[in-house]
Design a protein. Structure first.
Length: 202
């Protein structure tokens, strides 16, 4: 006979208590997942926000079958490239002051590829190119940050898909050389509070 157990995981004031009803094995998995998720919230990040997000959404929906989409994550609706993840500051003003005068810029897109390292889903993405994006990354790295990646490889997430699906889209060029304008950044704090930062402000 299966016994169901009720547990309350109490967190800091920034993380509301979560009630988890699981059997013993599922509780362990839930707790491990919670630890992983908490670890990812240590740092802030800056994202270069793309104009015309509907371009990415519509083309992704056209080429990715609904049955292949990993429901819990879905299709990315805020089209962007991460300029830098791992910032220690939790104050968007620090970033805003540091990049003051950095002008809006263009990026271009490359071919479609995937990250397949997550155990639950694959990440369908498109390559992002642009000298100014690399300059922005270098500028942000002047601030205190932590990262296990030395090389910056910008990309735009299109969708989260079931493991092993959408293999036929790898190398697809339906975004290639498309020019996109970046006029603003999004600063996302370690508790995922998002603040817009306009580029080109003196």
């Amino acid at each position: 006979m299966e016994r169901r157990l009720n547990f309350t995981l109490r967190r800091s004031p920034q993380h509301p208590a979560r009630i988890v009803e699981r059997n013993a094995m599922n509780l362990v998995l839930e707790f491990k997942d919670w630890i992983i998720n908490e670890d990812t919230k240590k740092y802030s990040c800056v994202m270069a926000v793309f104009d015309n997000p509907q371009l990415f959404i519509s083309r992704t929906k056209k080429h990715v079958a609904e049955k292949d989409v990993f429901e819990e994550e879905g299709i990315e609706e805020e089209s962007h490239a991460t300029a830098l993840y791992g910032l220690h500051t939790n104050d968007y003003k620090v970033v805003e002051d540091h990049i003051k005068g950095f002008k809006p810029f263009d990026i271009s897109l490359g071919k479609v590829s995937k990250f397949d390292t997550h155990p639950n889903y694959d990440v369908l993405k498109v390559e992002v190119k642009g000298d100014q994006l690399f300059k922005l990354n270098k500028l942000l790295r002047q601030l205190p940050y932590t990262s296990k990646y030395d090389k910056y490889i910008p990309h735009c997430t299109l969708a989260y898909v079931h493991k092993g699906t959408c293999e036929d889209l790898i190398g697809n060029d339906y975004f290639i050389d498309k020019k996109i304008k970046v006029k603003e950044l999004t600063f996302s704090s370690n508790v995922r509070k998002k603040t817009k930062i306009k580029l080109g402000q003196a």
